[in-house]
Design a protein around this ligand. Structure first.
Ligand code: HEM
Length: 521
């Protein structure tokens, strides 16, 4: 009732005393005190969780124990949250009461104080500096880049189609999004779709190390002597050094460019030769140490790379199982794009393509779990919790909860009406969190949506995709994102109708360069 909620908010302003009184009130109102105050404790052993993607057994436990329960492994205990109202409280309403906890500890070695792991003080300053770099004109410009990179991938697939070779799509998507994010963030052309080199290998070594650390039960990298002699550690450290040195060089090059530049900085500033986020930050006069800048670039590189690759992987897996959805998608792409490369205008028109991505993100959220640690005592779902609790918000469970979704496990882009709003955490009241929510929400949501829409549209316009004969079964494993255990081996065939290959004139016009661009290799 209104008086009760006024009383609650007045108590909230009273600090710890208010919190205590609020708890007492909750107890009195609840009747069944003991039950209300004790978070359900899931029983089981670490053995039950090991061996498969860890968020899978958490789903079963959610069905048994409900929207919040405690899971204990020896001395360690975690709260698993699968309830939208509790997720909203942690991520948005009381966001200041939670830190990134274990995640920040694990990612420190690679991201330092970058935006994802950063504590509140650092985060506040850096978020304000970086978000303006992803303005509308920048994102529109990036659509040209998405088209160009996806075109490269199409050429590669075309060759495989004529050679009759099956292709492992997961690693190709990873290379596609690496090429995109390198250009988009610091104007570096990894060109990983066409060749391999030391820096690409170093990026992957660092990524795998970060993923290994986030899933390893024992932090071997902290054991004093072991960390210096282990070959894996040595390799990871060397790779990290190479990536860091490369980033330092790129920062230096960009600084020189900015110094020589005449262009005045303004809100929608984009340098045509180098539209990267790094260039925007340096041109804005952002006063930041080079270590912090490097941490920010590394964070953006990692945040924007594997996530988008995973979304494309699972989208194509889902599409391969649903030919009717695939043909509806191809119909839309054919009629909206014809033989052109996608533009910003097309993003509004590729409605079904966007719904396919929305639905793929529901079934395979990247990452499947968000990590937090309570900084103060709090009340979650009526249960008091202490400061220092490690919390996993299972987006996987939220997105597949039978309470919130009809046929939760079914891939059904039609569940989102074409003329309705783009689904997000606000209009779905935290039952759907593809990009998180609250103040730590993803800053690349628009970028990533357009990137995956452009890539999907360009690929399905030109090819049909089927699971290859004898392909290994597609199962899940997890690092920061959901990977397949043995890749996504597909047979790619050219579509015979309608005209598919983009015209060179349209292409050069869209990427906005004076010289014609050499297409393909
Ligand atoms: C944060 C998802 C692409 C940059 C997040 C979070 C999610 C997410 C769920 C919240 C993490 C948390 O609350 O703990 C995704 C998905 C993507 C994607 C699914 C692709 C489909 C990108 C891209 C960029 C990016 C392309 C950069 C260009 C970031 C950053 C944060 C973040 C910097 C941290 C924000 C902060 O703490 O203030 N992302 N992301 N992401 N994402 Fe993304």
């Amino acid at each position: 009732t209104a008086p009760q909620s006024r009383l609650k908010s007045a108590l909230g302003r009273l600090g710890p005393v208010g919190k205590f009184l609020d708890e007492m009130l909750e107890r009195l109102a609840g009747g069944d005190d003991a039950k209300r105050l004790k978070i359900p404790q899931a029983t089981g052993s670490i053995g039950a969780v090991g061996g498969q993607a860890f968020f899978i057994p958490l789903y079963e436990l959610f069905l048994t124990y409900g929207g919040i329960f405690r899971l204990t492994f020896g001395p360690k205990s975690f709260l698993i949250v699968s309830d939208p109202a509790i997720a909203k409280h942690i991520l948005r309403d009381n966001a200041l009461g939670y830190s990134k906890g274990i995640l920040a500890e694990i990612l420190e070695f690679v991201m330092g104080k970058g935006l994802i792991p950063a504590n509140y003080e650092v985060w506040k300053v850096r978020r304000k500096a970086i978000v303006p770099a992803l303005h509308q004109k920048y994102v529109a410009k990036m659509i040209g880049l998405f088209g160009e990179a996806s075109y490269s991938l199409c050429e590669k697939l075309d060759k495989a189609a004529s050679d009759g070779e099956d292709v492992e799509m997961e690693s190709l998507f990873s290379r596609l999004t690496l090429d995109i994010i390198g250009k988009a963030v610091f104007n570096y052309d990894f060109d990983s779709l066409t060749h391999d080199n030391g820096i690409i290998e170093a990026v992957y070594t660092v990524l795998r190390e970060a993923e290994m650390r986030s899933t390893s039960p024992i932090p071997t990298w902290e054991i004093p002597i072991w960390k210096d002699i282990s070959p894996r550690q040595k390799k990871a450290n060397q790779a990290l050094k190479l990536v860091n040195d490369t980033l330092d060089d790129l920062i230096a090059i960009c600084k020189r460019m900015v110094e020589q530049e005449e262009l005045q900085f303004h809100e929608e500033y984009v340098n045509e030769q180098d539209p990267s986020i790094l260039h925007f930050l340096l041109a804005s006069g952002d006063d930041v140490s080079s270590k912090q800048l490097r941490d920010d670039l590394m964070t953006l590189l990692i945040a924007g790379h594997e996530t988008s690759a995973a979304v494309l992987t699972w989208t194509f897996y889902l599409l391969s199982k649903e030919p009717s959805i695939m043909s509806k998608l191809q119909d839309e792409v054919d009629s909206v794009l014809g033989d052109r490369l996608p533009t910003l205008e097309d993003m509004k028109k590729l409605k079904y393509t966007t719904r396919v991505i929305n639905e793929s993100l529901r079934l395979y959220p990247q990452p499947p779990v968000l990590i937090r640690r309570s900084l103060d005592d709090d009340i979650l779902g009526g249960f008091p919790i202490k400061s220092g609790e490690d919390i996993f918000i299972s987006v996987w469970n939220l997105h597949r909860s039978p309470k919130h979704w009809v046929d939760a496990d079914c891939f059904n882009p039609e569940r989102w009406p074409l003329d309705g709003p783009n689904p997000n955490e606000i209009n779905q009241n935290f039952s759907y969190l593809p990009f998180g929510g609250g103040q730590r929400k993803c800053i690349g949501d628009m970028f990533a949506t357009f990137e995956t829409v452009v890539a999907t549209a360009m690929l399905v316009r030109r090819f049909n995709f089927q699971m290859a004969l004898g392909a290994p079964p597609v199962e899940m494993t997890t690092g920061a994102t959901i990977h397949t255990t043995e890749g996504l081996l597909m047979t790619v065939t050219r579509r015979t109708r309608p005209p598919i290959i983009p015209k060179l004139e349209t292409f050069t016009q869209i990427v906005n360069v004076d010289e014609p661009v050499a297409l393909g290799e």
